[in-house]
Design a protein around this ligand. Structure first.
Ligand SMILES: [Zn+2]
Length: 352
C-alpha cells in the first residue's frame, strides 16, 4: 500500500454539536484567521490496487466518512462524496492528478451525510449519482438530523460570533474553539442536500469504465438502503458503512440481525478481497470478521442483559465493552450501541 498524498494539517472540531459526536474528535492543531473553508486534513489517499484508491477520512475533518475511486480505460467511478462539498472538491482534484479521464459515475453507499454531503458537486458536473432507492427517499429528509436548516445554522453562527466578540483576548482556547465553530458552521451552510439521479433496490448493477467493470449490489444492515461496490479484476470491495474497520459502528438506523447475516455473506463471497470500509483503514477479511464478531458479541451481551431483567438504562451502564474492542475508534458509540441493540431485540426500534 502506498500513500499517494497526505492532505494538509489537522483541525479541531470538537466543539460542534451539529453532527453526532462520533463524527468528531479532538483535533491536533489549529489554523487561525482563515475565513474560506478548506478540507485541510480531510483525508488520505491510499492505493488499494492498480487503479483502485481509497480516500480514508481523518478524524474530525471535513471528509468525515471514507470515499474512494476506480480508474478504468474510459473513465473514473467515485464511491461516496464525503461530508462536505469542499472535501469532495479536493478529492476530485486528486483524482484529476491520477487520471485525466472524465468521472463517469458517482456512487452513494447510503444516505448518511458523511457519505453524501458532497453530492451537489457531482450534480453540478452532470455526473450520474447512483444509490439505493431509499437514498432518494431519505437524502433530503432523514439527513436533517445531521444537517440543521440554514436558518438554524445562521442562528448558531450568530450566537457563536456574539460570544466570540464578548470573549477577552487572553481567553485564547475559548476564542479558538468559537472560531472553529464558526468556520464549521460556514462549511455546513454550503451543503445542499442533493438526491441521487439513478437508483435501484435489489439485484446488481454493472458499470463499465472501458473493460473494467464495477458491480453494485445491496445488502441489509446499516441503514436498509446500502449499496456496495465490487471491482472484480482487482478483488476490492467498497463496503460503505456495511464495513467498519477497528471502529465501533453507528447503529442508529441499523438492523444488527440482518447486518451479521450480510457480513457472513460478504465474507463467504469475498474471502480474499481487500475491503475499503466506511470508516477506518483499508481492511482484510480478518478485520471485517472482527467487526462482524463485535456485532455478534454485542447482540449476545444485550440478549443476556434482557434475559437478566435489566432495563435499557441499566444495560447501558452495566455492560462493559470487551477488552478486545477497547482499541477501536469511536469509543463514544459503546453505550449508544447497547441502547440501539436493546431496542432492536425488544422490537421497539424505529429504523425507517
Ligand atoms: Zn453510515
Amino acid at each position: 500500500m502506498r500513500q499517494a498524498s497526505i492532505l494538509g494539517i489537522a483541525m479541531t472540531l470538537s466543539l460542534l454539536l451539529l453532527v453526532p459526536a462520533h463524527w468528531l474528535s479532538e483535533g491536533q492543531s489549529e489554523r487561525k484567521s482563515e475565513t474560506k473553508p478548506t478540507a485541510g486534513d480531510g483525508f488520505q489517499i491510499v492505493k488499494v490496487a492498480d487503479g483502485v484508491y481509497a480516500a480514508i477520512a481523518k478524524p474530525g475533518g471535513l471528509a468525515s466518512g471514507n470515499a474512494g475511486f476506480v480508474v478504468g480505460a474510459e473513465g473514473l467511478l467515485n464511491v461516496d462524496t464525503f461530508f462536505t462539498p469542499v472535501a469532495i472538491e479536493e478529492l476530485i482534484s486528486e483524482m484529476g492528478k491520477i487520471s485525466p479521464l472524465p468521472i463517469k459515475y458517482a456512487v452513494n453507499t447510503h444516505y448518511h451525510l458523511d457519505h453524501t454531503g458532497g453530492n451537489q458537486v457531482f450534480a453540478a458536473r452532470g455526473v450520474p449519482i447512483i444509490a439505493h432507492d431509499n437514498v432518494a427517499k431519505w437524502q433530503t429528509t432523514k439527513n436533517r438530523r445531521f444537517l440543521p436548516l440554514p436558518a438554524e445554522l445562521e442562528k448558531r453562527r450568530a450566537d457563536a460570533a456574539k460570544q466570540l466578540s464578548e470573549t477577552p483576548a487572553d481567553q485564547k482556547d475559548k476564542r479558538a474553539q468559537l472560531e472553529r465553530q464558526i468556520r464549521r458552521t460556514d462549511v455546513l451552510l454550503t451543503i445542499k442536500l442533493t438526491n441521487p439521479t439513478v437508483t435501484f433496490g435489489s439485484g446488481t448493477l454493472h458499470l463499465y469504465l472501458g473493460k473494467r467493470e464495477v458491480i453494485l449490489f445491496t445488502l441489509p444492515g446499516h441503514t436498509g438502503g446500502d449499496v456496495l461496490a465490487y471491482v472484480p479484476d482487482a478483488n476490492v470491495l467498497f463496503t460503505g458503512d456495511m464495513g467498519w474497520s477497528k471502529t465501533l459502528p453507528n447503529l442508529v438506523d441499523a438492523s444488527v440481525g440482518d447486518w451479521i447475516n450480510s457480513l457472513d455473506k460478504i465474507l463467504q463471497d469475498y474471502p480474499a478481497a481487500k475491503f475499503v470500509p466506511g470508516h477506518g483503514e483499508v481492511a482484510t477479511a480478518a478485520e471485517m470478521r472482527d467487526f462482524r464478531n463485535y456485532l455478534d458479541d454485542l447482540r449476545s451481551r444485550v440478549k443476556q442483559a434482557i434475559a437478566g431483567g435489566l432495563t435499557v438504562e441499566q444495560a447501558k451502564t452495566q455492560l462493559v465493552l470487551p477488552e478486545k474492542y477497547k482499541s477501536f475508534a469511536f469509543q463514544n458509540f459503546a453505550q449508544p450501541n447497547v441502547e440501539d441493540m436493546y431496542k432492536e431485540l425488544k422490537g421497539t426500534k424505529q429504523t425507517q
